[in-house]
Structures are given as structure tokens and as C-alpha cells.
Write a protein that binds this ligand. Sequence first.
Ligand SMILES: [Zn+2]
Length: 432
Amino acid sequence: MSERTIHLDADPRDWRCRKIRIRAYRWYARVELDRDGYVDSVSSRGDTADLPAAYADAVEKVQGAAVDRLWYDGYPGSFTWSNGSRWVTLPVPYTEVEAAVEALRGAELDHDYSGLAALASRLTLPVADWLSPGERELLRGVDFHSTPAVFLRFLRGKARSSGLRLNGRATAGSVWVRPTLPAAEKQLREMFPEQYPGWVDRWSGHADSGETRYRPWVGGRDQNLSQRAAPVQFRVPKLSLDHECRCGFRGQSGDDGRAHADHHATWALGVRVPKNLFWPGDLVVVTTQSPIAWRRLVYKVAGLPQRENHYDFRSWSHLGEPEETEDNVRAYLLKSNGHVVGYLTTHDTDHHRPWDLIDESPLGDADDTLRPRVDLIWVADNYRRQGVGAMLVQALADDFGSPVAEVSWSTPISQSGLQLARRLSPDGIWVS
Ligand SMILES: [Zn+2]
């Protein structure tokens, strides 16, 4: 088949001329009626160029049947086309190209939709029969024509979209099927009938007749263990488990909890260190002038306390060109087991006031000595209460060349930060 364009109006050079284009693809041909210029010229006269409802209906039926047919024939991909009145696209098997062209010509020029209807009915597959209840062997060449593996894959897709479990097995020349309706799917359809108009349960009450042939046993551990089993019972619990998790994740994420599970694991075990980072020893100081891979790692870690404590901003934002900061912004990262499990971010400042750590007691007089200020400390959940925070603050003080009591703490201090400060510096701290 050659690709070609067929003009439907008298003057093929006129931009308003409607045309049918045929394009060849590996698995199918695309027959497309181009009404773009025609729609513009009709609507510029104030008339409507919309497809009549019967026309649009007939097109939709062909599209639905054709898509199924091409999947059944083995096409593994998906289809795209634009809806509306400007283009009418039919993906069809090569044997139906001429019929599709004639059907579109008749619909467009004569308002005759019988060609489209005939095309749709030739393409339509007996999916409802294939998915009837009961154990059956569908024979290649009799019940279907594609290869058993392709046919089974197609049927599985159709079953899934109708909420059915297929219980299928392909043999060399046939496919065994036993479509059943899981109790949960039945319940869903009965609870929300408006979402499944016209749905009828053909499966639940089905009993195989005496003549049913059963598929030969080919082994497999599960199969026999569920025969004559009683279904599990579903209940609606009077308990809401929709609370916010300690990691900061709230509610349900609509992906069976996968996003939360990933986040939670990182929160508990730490951020995995990228393989391409050479990191000898376990403690590293990252500055705003460090290589970008290190600064990105700090940024990633900073996302965990942000989520856990609902901060508006991350405590690290230096992701551009390396640049010096006046106040020497830097971050300490502690590694354990290939993960970053401890994080302290800090900068130097000279605005401090002493505090004796007694609740309600006022701050002392301002002091302008340059000191490192702890902006934030975060420890992966599994590593808390093991001295990680104290170690990080001690490392900060050592690097600065001052006793740990000289470190300044940013206010307000969290409850866990206060405990840490009391342990490291029981006689009082600097706050800023
Ligand atoms: Zn969580």
C-alpha cells in the first residue's frame, strides 16, 4: 500500500479542500480526514462545521473496534489522535484501508454513515463472549486467529478493564480461560452503579455444567490450593488510619502508599550516598563552594527535616555556581552504612545573647563575638538517641577552634535541640 492523499472537493489546490490522507505504519494504516481548512472557511461564514452526532458516534465506534482489533492482532503500542471536528482519524488494519476511505467519503459528502457502521461491525471482536463465565478452551483458528500468547495478553487487558480475573493459560494451539469476578470488584460495582452503567453480574452465580472440560493439570503450586476455598470477607472498619506519619507524610497518596514508603524509608535510614561520590571517612563538610554533587546531596538531605517539621524552606539552597558566602555557610554530613544519617547546617554570626537554659528566664546582654551558629540538626530516625547530634556539634566546635559551649544556637530551639544543648553545655548557651 502506498501513502497517498485523496481530495474530496473540486479544486485540490484550494486550502479549504477536504482531503483524506493515508499513512503507513508497521502494524496498521492511519486513514485521516483533514477538515481543517474546511472548518475555518465554514465557520468564517458563521455556520457550524461540527460533525453531526450520528457521524461522531459512528466514528467513535470504528475507532473503539479498530483499536481492539489492532491490539488483538499483536500491536503492542498505544494510539493518539485529536478529537473534534477538524480531523477524523481511523487507525485500521491494511485490509480495511479502502473501506475506511469510502466510509469517510460517504459520511463526509453524502451524510451516509452506513459505511462506517459496516466497518465497525467487521472490526468488532466477540469480547463479551470470550469473557463469559465458566471454564473454556478457546481454539486458535476457530475462536480466534492471533497467536495464543498475543490473544491471552489481549484478553487479560480486556478482563482487567472490566474488573474480571481471567485465570488464563496459553497452549500451543489454544487458550484456556475461566473469567471470574472478584468479590471486591463486585462490591465496587454495586456500591457505585452510576460509574458502571449497564453493568450486569454474569459471573458470580455461574456453575460449570456437567459437560465442562477442565484444563489439563500442568503443575504449579498455587492452583489446587485455592479450589473450593471460601472467599475472604470484606468489612468497613470504624477506624481512621489517615493520620500524619512521624516522617511528615500526611494522608493517602493515591499510589498504594509507595511514595510514602519510599520517603519513610529515607527518613528512617538516611539518604543513600551516590556511588560516584568518593567519600573516605564518615564525616564531610560541604560548603557553598563545594562540587555540585556534594551540594545536591545536602539539598536532598535538607528535604527530610523540611517535610518532617513542615518548614516552608529547605535549610540548603546553594545549587548554582560555587560561590563564597560572607557568613561561611556550610553543612556537616555524617555517613553510616552508605547513607547520610546525620546533618548539621551552620553559618558564622556575631549577634548572640547568653541564656542560662532555665525556662522563662530572660536572655543576657548582647555579645558580638564571632561564633558558629547551629541552624539545624537532623538525624535519620533509626540513628536518633545515639549521640549523633552531639558528635556533629562537637565537630563544628572543634573545626572552629572553640569549646563546645561557645557554639551558638538559633532560636526558637526545638525540644530535641534543647535537650542536646543541655547535655553539651549544662551551664548555659549562646542563642542567636
Ligand atoms: Zn512515614
